[in-house]
Design a protein around this ligand. Structure first.
Ligand SMILES: OC[C@H]1O[C@H](O[C@H]2O[C@H](CO)[C@@H](O)[C@H](O)[C@H]2O)[C@H](O)[C@@H](O)[C@@H]1O
Length: 614
C-alpha cells in the first residue's frame, strides 16, 4: 500500500469512493468531497474541485483551521468493514474526531450524501464548508433557508442540506462551525432533487447508516472466492458493484472524467459511460465470484440497448442506452494539476472496435456456464453478433486502446473476432445455440489462419500489434487466456516474453504500447502516459497460464502494493513519480486484480502446492 501522502492538492489515490449505485463521490484525505455528479454518474458535476480548485465546488468537513490555512489531512482512514462507508479520523491537540461518509443505496428516495461527525476523545472544533457549483463548477446557486433547512438552487438542480447545527452563508458558500465532544454525533445530510419538485424528506442519518451498512454486508455475503488476498478481492468487487447503475444494469468504466493519463498532459477522457468491453469484463469478474443477478440485469441492458439492431453496434452507450455523448472541452476548469483540456463526452463512441462482439459473447457464455438461465432473445443476439463479426472482421479498426491515429489491422481485434466465432461454435456444439456449425467453424478457421500468417513475426518469435507491424502491444498478453493457441505454444510464450521485455522495462508495470521515440504521436495524441494497470494484471495471468505460477504470484503481490491505502486503483500508474494516474477508481484495474487473484488461486489449487509466503 502507498504511504500516507500529504500534498497541497490531493493525489488521485488520496480519494475514497462512496456511492449509491447511481452515482458516486470522491472524498479526499482532508475531508473534502471534491467530485460528485448528481443525480447520475454522467450528470454534470456539482462538486468539480477535483479538476480545479475549491471554487469549482466542494464540501469539506474536518477540524477547524484558521482562514487561509491548509486543511489538515486525516491521520487514519478506512472503509468500515466490507462496506462502502468510509471513516476518516483526525487527531488534534484537543481531541480526536471521526467523520463517516456514505451514500445510501436509493430506495425510492432522493440521492443523498450523509456525513456523520463522531467525537472520539476530548473536544474538537469542527468546520463544514459547503460550496456547490453546478454545471461542472460553473453555476453559483441561489442559497436560502426555508422551513429550517438550507436549499442551494440553480436551474434544474436543488440541494437540500439538513443538520442540527446553525450555519451562515457568504458568497454562495454555507459555513458551519461547531464543537464535538467525545461520544457526541453531529449529522449533515445533503439531498438532491429537481428544483421544481417539492423539498425531499430529510434523511434519518443513523437509520441510513444502518441500512447502508447492512446492504453492503449482505451483498458481500454472496462472494464465493475463498483464496488468498481475500480482502483485496472483496474491495475490488465492492468497487465494481459501486460502478454498476442499479436501475438499468449498465456499468461505467470509472466514475470520473479527465483525470490525466499523464500529469500536465492532454490525455484526459470521460469514463462515465458504458463501454461494452469494460462492462463485459466487469461482469465476468462478478459472475466468476458468485454474482449472477448483475449478469441478468446487464443482459437485459444489452437487449434494450441494441438487441433490435446489433448491426448498428456502438462500442459504448450511456447508462440508459442512449447513443450520444458529444465530446467537448470545459475551458473554465484548469484540470487536475493543470492537465488540460478537461473533456466530457467521448468521441471514441463512433469508433470501430472489432474486439467488442467477442468480449460480449464470451461474457454471455460465461454467465450461461455459471448458471444464468437461458434466454431466447440473448441467444438470438449472440447469433447476430457473430454475423456482425462475419461481415466486418476483415476491416481495419481503431482497436482496444481506442487510438486516435487511424485504423489498422490490430491483432488483438482479429483474435477477439476469432473468440466470437469460437465461443459460438462451442455453444452450438453444446446444443445451446442452433446455427450452421460448418459455416461457423470455417469463419473461425479463416480468421485463425490469417492472424497466424499476417500477425506473427517468426524472426522475433512474437505476434505483433498489427498485421505487418514491428511494434508490440500489451493486449497480446491475452493470447494464453483466449485459447487461440495452446498456452504452451512457443509462439504464445515468445509473445508473452517479448511484450514483457519491451513494454515492461521493470518487468512489472506494463505499458499498453510504446509512446516514445519513433512511436511519439502514432496513437494520434501528443505526450505519453503511465503504465496500464490492467495490462500488468494480464502479465500476471499470462505468466501463470504459461507455467510460471510462482513468478506470477510474486508479480501479483508487487501490483497489490500499488493500491491506495483503501485498496483502490486508478487506470494507470506512473512508475517514476510512483503515483496513480487516470480515472479513478477504474473498473478495468479493479477487475484485473480480482481476475488474477481467482486465476492464481485456481491454478495453485490445481497444482496442489501451498501458496508462497506473501
Ligand atoms: O488512449 C486514447 C483513448 O483512451 C480512452 O480509452 C481507454 O478507456 C476505455 C474505457 O476504460 C477503454 O475501453 C479503452 O480500452 C482505453 O484505451 C478514451 O476513452 C478514448 O476516448 C481515447 O481515445
Amino acid at each position: 500500500m502507498t504511504p500516507q501522502l500529504k500534498s497541497a492538492r490531493p493525489l488521485i489515490e488520496d480519494h475514497a469512493l462512496i456511492g449509491d449505485m447511481q452515482t458516486a463521490a470522491l472524498v479526499a484525505r482532508d475531508g473534502s468531497i471534491n467530485w460528485l455528479c448528481l443525480p447520475r454518474f454522467d450528470s454534470a458535476a456539482t462538486f468539480a474541485g477535483l479538476l480545479g480548485t475549491d471554487k469549482h465546488g466542494s464540501w469539506r468537513i474536518g477540524p477547524a483551521t484558521p482562514a487561509g490555512a491548509p486543511a489538515p489531512c486525516a491521520d487514519r482512514r478506512r472503509y468500515r468493514g466490507e462496506t462502502l462507508v468510509v471513516e476518516t479520523e483526525w487527531d488534534t491537540a484537543t481531541g480526536a474526531v471521526r467523520v463517516l461518509d456514505f451514500m445510501p443505496p436509493r430506495e425510492g428516495h432522493a440521492p443523498q450524501v450523509i456525513r456523520i461527525v463522531e467525537g472520539v476523545s476530548g473536544t474538537v472544533e469542527m468546520q463544514s464548508r459547503l460550496s456547490p457549483r453546478f454545471g461542472y463548477g460553473k453555476r453559483l446557486p441561489w442559497i436560502h433557508d426555508t422551513g429550517g433547512r438550507t436549499a442551494a438552487v440553480s436551474g434544474p438542480d436543488a440541494l437540500w442540506l439538513d443538520t442540527s447545527v446553525p450555519g451562515t452563508k457568504k458568497d454562495a458558500i454555507v459555513h458551519h462551525a461547531f464543537t464535538v465532544r467525545a461520544g457526541e454525533c453531529v449529522a449533515f445530510t445533503l439531498s438532491w432533487q429537481p428544483s421544481h419538485a417539492p423539498a425531499p424528506e430529510a434523511p434519518d442519518a443513523e437509520l441510513a447508516l444502518a441500512l447502508t451498512t447492512s446492504f453492503w454486508e449482505e451483498w458481500v455475503e454472496h462472494l464465493v472466492y475463498d483464496g488468498p488476498r481475500h480482502e483485496a478481492v472483496t474491495r475490488s468487487l465492492i468497487t465494481l458493484k459501486a460502478l454498476t447503475h442499479a436501475p438499468t444494469g449498465g456499468i461505467v468504466a470509472a466514475p470520473t472524467a479527465s483525470l490525466p493519463e499523464e500529469l500536465g498532459g492532454v490525455r484526459n477522457w470521460d469514463y462515465r459511460y458504458v463501454w461494452l468491453r469494460d462492462a463485459a469484463a466487469t461482469l465476468s469478474a462478478l459472475v466468476r465470484n458468485g454474482y449472477i443477478d448483475e449478469a441478468v440485469s446487464w443482459r437485459q441492458w444489452l437487449l434494450r440497448t441494441f438487441g433490435g439492431d446489433p448491426q448498428n453496434l456502438q462500442i459504448m452507450y450511456r447508462l440508459d442506452g442512449r447513443r450520444d455523448m458529444p465530446e467537448r472541452e470545459l475551458g473554465w476548469l484548469p484540470g487536475y494539476e493543470g492537465s488540460r483540456p478537461v473533456r466530457v463526452g467521448n468521441e471514441a463512441v463512433d469508433q470501430l472496435q472489432l474486439d467488442v462482439p467477442g468480449e460480449v459473447i464470451e461474457t454471455l457464455a460465461l454467465a450461461h456456464a455459471h448458471g444464468v438461465a437461458r434466454c431466447e432473445s440473448t441467444e438470438g443476439l449472440i447469433l447476430k453478433l457473430v454475423d456482425y463479426v462475419r461481415e466486418h472482421w476483415r476491416k481495419p479498426d481503431d482497436g482496444i486502446w481506442e487510438v486516435r491515429g487511424g485504423r489498422r489491422h490490430f491483432t488483438h481485434s482479429k483474435i477477439m473476432c476469432w473468440v466470437a466465432a469460437d465461443r459460438v461454435v462451442r455453444l452450438v456444439e453444446q446444443g445451446v445455440l442452433d446455427a450452421d456449425l460448418r459455416e461457423l467453424v470455417s469463419l473461425r478457421d479463416e480468421i485463425h489462419a490469417e492472424v497466424c500468417e499476417r500477425a506473427y513475426d517468426a524472426t522475433r518469435n512474437t505476434f505483433t500489434q498489427a498485421y505487418g507491424s514491428t511494434e508490440l502491444d500489451a493486449s497480446l498478453l491475452l493470447l494464453p487466456h483466449t485459447g487461440f493457441l495452446p498456452a504452451d505454444d512457443p509462439r504464445v510464450v515468445g509473445t508473452v516474453d517479448a511484450v514483457r521485455r519491451e513494454l515492461a522495462p521493470d518487468g512489472v508495470l506494463v505499458h499498453r504500447y510504446q509512446t516514445d521515440g519513433p512511436n511519439v504521436g502514432r496513437d494520434g495524441l501528443p505526450g505519453g502516459e503511465g503504465a496500464f494497470v490492467l495490462c500488468s494484471f494480464w502479465l500476471v495471468d499470462a505468466l501463470a497460464l504459461t507455467g510460471r505460477l510462482t513468478e506470477a504470484e510474486r508479480l501479483f503481490e508487487q501490483l497489490l502494493s500499488l493500491r491506495s491505502d483503501l485498496g483502490l486503483l486508478a487506470e494507470e500508474y506512473d512508475p517514476v513519480a510512483r503515483r496513480q494516474l487516470g480515472n479513478f477508481p477504474q473498473a478495468y484495474s479493479m477487475l484485473g486484480l480480482a481476475n488474477s487473484a481467482v486465476l492464481l488461486s485456481d491454478l495453485r489449487k490445481a497444482a496442489a502446492v501451498p501458496v508462497m509466503a506473501a
